[in-house]
Design a protein around this ligand. Structure first.
Ligand SMILES: [Zn+2]
Length: 277
């Protein structure tokens, strides 16, 4: 079965070092500078942000003095989805939404696969498979409504039959339906972790923070707090809710997308940003 809490109860080489590093170093200046760079690049090169911020402005950082913008310049998710082609930088790129982006790093905060495993994401059939899982771990998307004929279903049952570590990711209802579909001797070998939106955060004990446009944004860690994947994800509070930026995704460029109502905080144990329900 899967190891629990890679960085906490079973530190691997490097993982323990990361935690200690977070305790010693204030990540805030790095986080803020990475966000500033992303805002500057979006304003220079991405049509939707060029138009929006030139006309109405934004705050923190300000790009046009005297123009604070609406919701501090943040963008509603529905508008971003409607205008995905305008979120492609001028020099080109993809407008495809990767709703499983960030899954590997989010899982890494909580699980250790010890070199091998299968991650089965319960989602719609048109979702692109995860591509950022740890080395040696394969991933697939299982559409439960397609039934046992689907190749992902066969991969899942074969892996469970061989006692490989298998982790299912999905909404609570989907995870319950999967367990109900599996033969009992296979179902007991399955590990499962639910995904939650910013508006659904609970006290766990497990969970991944997910958004249908931005992908996986973080995870509930053993400290009981919803940690952001701060190396890849920036968040700030606005009057319309939490606005999230993908720091490392070039296209579509997603900066200050409103994802729901939540506050930001700092974990007193890890010293890094957390989302507060
Ligand atoms: Zn923590």
């Amino acid at each position: 079965m899967l190891g629990r809490s890679a960085a906490e109860s079973h530190p691997r080489a490097g993982a323990g070092k990361r935690v200690a590093h977070s305790r010693l170093v204030n990540i805030e200046p790095w986080w803020w500078m990475a966000y500033r760079r992303k805002v500057a690049s979006a304003f220079r090169t991405v049509p939707l942000y060029r138009e929006r911020w030139a006309l109405s402005g934004r705050t923190d950082p300000v790009v046009v003095p005297g123009r604070p913008g609406v919701h501090s310049g943040a963008i509603q998710k529905a508008e971003a989805l409607r205008r995905l082609v305008d979120l492609v930088p001028l020099e080109g790129g993809t407008a495809l939404v990767e709703t499983l982006r960030g899954l590997g790093p989010a899982l890494d905060a909580r699980f250790s696969f010890r070199g091998t495993g299968l991650v089965v994401v319960l989602d719609k059939p048109d979702v692109l498979p995860p591509h950022d899982l740890p080395r040696g771990v394969t991933g697939c998307v299982l559409d439960l409504s397609a039934g046992p004929a689907e190749s992902a279903w066969r991969a899942l049952t074969v892996a469970l039959g061989r006692a490989m570590p298998v982790l299912a990711v999905g909404a609570d209802k989907e995870l319950a339906a999967l367990v109900a579909e599996l033969p009992e001797d296979l179902a007991i070998r399955l590990d499962a972790i639910p995904k939650r939106t910013v508006d659904e955060l609970d006290s766990g004990p497990h969970g991944l923070l997910h958004d249908s446009l931005l992908g996986y944004l973080g995870a509930l860690r053993q400290c009981g707090r919803w940690h952001l994947d701060w190396r890849r994800v920036y968040a700030r509070e606005t009057d319309a809710g939490l606005a999230v930026t993908l720091l490392t995704q070039r296209s579509p460029c997603l900066v200050d997308i409103l994802v729901g109502s939540a506050a930001l905080g700092r974990c007193p144990r890890h010293g890094t940003p957390v989302v507060l329900p």
